[in-house]
Design a protein around this ligand. Structure first.
Ligand code: NI
Length: 289
């Protein structure tokens, strides 16, 4: 490490987090890596080792200092225009969080440069969980609404139905500055009334192509096998509350990386303009062959 002992004393947190982020991002440490990354970007051939992703590094630094005021957050990687009728896309979705495995899952996704959509339950957004939500947005993931308390929406009174959606949206917006525009109805149960309320609140209903049944069948190999059966344009339903699922995510990502998939959020899968509030979506129509 460079720097005088005086500067190290002055900024110990920054130096430590910088080293930590470098180790976590590229498996190596040292300020010299910045120079190397810049040089390798100028070389036309693909470098053998992955250069440091400056954006990712920035976001990891922010993630490690959750007490930073959100107003000082750098802008996230943001929404990308991805044409999933031309390239192989997969939309991984993780339901029922945030929870005790969220940080680990975010680390795994970051290490693979993968993004996903988190359908969060409002009442799980505790004070301790707030930094996870900030990190999701900072690292390019999408936060979707999975209601306030996970009820069967078709059985609720109109007032309660509206509240289940609105409370979670309000809370996510309060902590992250972004408001969900996708809803995953618990158990996938929905009807015309739910659709109408979702439309009123600007939420598209997102179901799934592949149901891994991972919340029930807690076997990592079985879940990985189901996920890797995905075809381009698939929405994969997973639960971040299952340790067995989180343990299998590296294998899933290694598989999709080998197959040349692009990880997309739900909004990227369909294109933000295309998602219509109240409508139901199960998959992207697929690639044009
Ligand atoms: Ni759920």
């Amino acid at each position: 490490m460079g720097g005088t002992s005086a500067s190290r004393r002055a900024t110990p947190l920054l130096v430590m987090t910088l080293v930590g982020a470098l180790v976590g991002t590229a498996g190596c440490a040292g300020i010299g890596m910045f120079r190397q990354a810049r040089e390798s970007a100028a070389v036309p051939e693909r470098p053998l080792s992955r250069p440091i992703d400056a954006d990712l590094l920035r976001h990891r630094l922010v993630a490690q200092q959750p007490e930073w005021p959100t107003g000082r957050l750098p802008a996230g990687p943001g929404f990308r225009t991805v044409d999933c009728s031309r390239i192989k896309c997969v939309a991984l979705t993780f339901d029922d969080g945030p929870g005790k495995y969220t940080a680990r899952l975010l680390d795994i996704l970051a290490a693979h440069n993968a993004r996903a959509t988190f359908f969060v339950i409002g009442r799980n957004i505790t004070r301790e969980a707030r930094p996870h939500l900030v990190r999701m947005v900072a690292e390019g993931h999408e936060i979707g609404n999975h209601t306030w308390s996970h009820p069967d929406l078709t059985r609720l009174s109109p007032a309660k139905l509206a509240e289940e959606m609105a409370k979670t949206n309000r809370l996510v917006k309060a902590y992250t500055g972004t408001e969900p525009h996708t809803l995953r109805p618990p158990y996938g149960t929905t009807n015309a009334r739910v659709a109408k309320e979702a439309k009123r609140q600007g939420l598209a209903q997102i179901l799934w192509t592949i149901d891994t049944n991972d919340w029930q069948e807690r076997k990592t190999d079985v879940v990985v096998k189901r996920v890797t059966a995905a075809k381009p344009g698939a929405i994969v339903l997973l639960h971040e509350t299952a340790a067995t699922t989180v343990a299998g995510v590296p294998k899933m990502l290694e598989y999709f990386n080998r197959q040349g998939y692009t990880y997309v959020t739900i909004s990227e899968l369909f294109g933000e303009q295309y998602l219509q509030p109240g409508e139901k979506y199960r998959e992207h129509a697929g690639m044009i062959q």
